[in-house]
Design a binder for this molecule. Structure first.
Ligand SMILES: CC(=O)N[C@H](C=O)[C@@H](O)[C@H](O)[C@H](O)COP(=O)(O)O
Length: 230
């Protein structure tokens, strides 16, 4: 198995993302966040945009899974929707690029098979499939993806909707495919991360609970307000 994938086995990957307008937006701040995650024991970083990927590669030293969240007018696909987006992430230094691998139509009439074929036409480029259902995971393996992630379960209208991580999908996928399956999405505690490993995860991605303090703050504030009303 490819070295960088081997490095991820059993490890925590921290997703470091902030949006324009948020207090922590900017490559410098995301690199600081990545460094904090590294110092706490993370084995890799998931980062959004070529700018953040390049900055984190240079300033942090951990392997980076690159994504690029972009909205195109002709598709609901928003995680690295187009081939050109993936190419720019590799050019920025991403070790792995994650793309939406759901069954939804892609922008510019691109096909998932075409994206995988073009990326793999150059050796050593690793592709992660962000999927939302078992069927999408099986299809992604058949297309030649190197890893799967449960990222989009709960974020397509036809996938299971839950406030919990989709450990059931994780377990079924892990039993059904031969490529690594990463647990990602709503893993909000160390205990849930450990449960994901026990359910068959090759590695675990955590974002919000570690790197989105404004969301965590809101959760505290809302729960405190609810307790006052009770
Ligand atoms: C659905 C979607 O767009 N997920 C994104 C993918 O990169 C991120 O917004 C999430 O933060 C990431 O998947 C980690 O998940 P969580 O933040 O729940 O730990």
């Amino acid at each position: 198995m490819t070295h960088v994938i081997e490095q991820l086995r059993g490890q925590l990957i921290v997703s470091c993302q902030a949006y324009p307008g948020e207090a922590l937006y900017g490559s410098h701040l995301m690199t600081a966040m990545a460094n904090a995650a590294r110092d706490g024991g993370a084995a890799a970083i998931r980062a959004n945009s070529p700018q953040d990927v390049a900055a984190i590669k240079e300033g942090c030293g951990l392997p980076v899974i690159g994504i690029w969240k972009k909205n195109y007018p002709d598709s609901d696909v928003y995680i690295t929707p187009c081939l050109a987006d993936a190419e720019l992430l590799f050019a920025a230094g991403a070790d792995i690029v994650a793309v939406d691998a759901t069954s939804r139509p892609r922008p510019r009439a691109e096909t998932l098979a075409g994206v995988v074929q073009a990326i793999h036409s150059r050796p050593g480029r690793l592709l992660m499939a962000d999927i939302s259902t078992l069927e999408e995971g099986l299809a992604a393996q058949a297309l030649g993806f190197d890893l799967l992630s449960t990222t989009l379960s709960g974020y397509t209208p036809y996938s299971r909707q839950s406030e919990e991580p989709d450990l059931d999908l994780l377990a079924r996928l892990s039993a059904a495919v031969s490529i690594p399956v990463i647990a990602e999405g709503r893993i909000h505690s160390p205990q849930l991360a450990a449960a994901a490993l026990a359910a068959g995860a090759y590695a675990v991605v955590v974002g919000t609970t570690i790197t989105r303090p404004h969301t965590i703050t809101e959760q505290f504030v809302q729960e405190m307000r609810r307790s006052v009303v009770r």
